[in-house]
Design a binder for this molecule. Structure first.
Ligand code: SF4
Length: 178
């Protein structure tokens, strides 16, 4: 039987949701028999190819992240927003309450530990968006798995439902820790 192809990306985030994905322990061995990870921080593959499921950790805060999530959406049949940052903006969206020039100045020049700070401005540095957005404000999302991070049993349930051809419906218990 052909394996289900899955790509994962992390955008503006702390990597905690990917860590929680790996935290499903020995179940990941069973999943590895059913899933082929393509582009993912887990595989370090950098190019998108068409996949069945795309999983997004993190919110969208700069132009590179915006391009990445659009690229993933264009290459997957089902898109999953994994974690509060992807679903709602999360802690990263705190930046949206301030002007982005003020945020850059605070981060790179005014922090108490900074000496001779300079705001990065080379062409290779993606530009900040005015607002940090949850994924569904950029592309269509088919499935939301909130949590900070979602716990391993919830991720395992969601993946198993997707493997069974169903969009996961999370119980209120699964979301009670949010
Ligand atoms: Fe990290 Fe929480 Fe955001 Fe996941 S939802 S990337 S654990 S801050």
């Amino acid at each position: 039987m052909a394996k289900v192809k899955v790509a994962t990306v992390w955008l503006e985030s702390c990597a905690g949701c990917h860590m929680s994905l790996l935290d499903i322990d020995e179940a990941i061995i069973d999943l590895a028999n059913l899933i082929e990870f393509t582009r993912s921080p887990i595989t370090d593959i950098k190019e998108f190819t068409p996949v069945d499921v795309g999983i997004v950790e993190g919110s969208v805060g700069n132009t590179e992240e915006e391009e990445t999530v659009i690229d993933l959406r264009n290459n997957c049949k089902i898109l999953v927003a994994l974690g509060n940052c992807a679903c709602f903006g999360g802690v990263c969206a705190m930046r949206s309450s301030m002007d982005k020039a003020d945020a850059l100045r605070r981060a790179y020049i005014e922090t108490e530990s900074t000496a001779d700070g300079k705001i990065p401005c080379s062409p290779g540095v993606p530009a900040l968006l005015d607002q940090v957005k949850p994924v569904n404000q950029v592309v269509k999302v088919d499935c939301f798995v909130p949590g900070c991070p979602p716990d391993a049993p919830t991720i395992k349930y969601a993946l198993n439902e997707l493997l069974a051809g169903r969009i996961p419906i999370l119980s209120s218990e699964m979301m009670s820790f949010i």
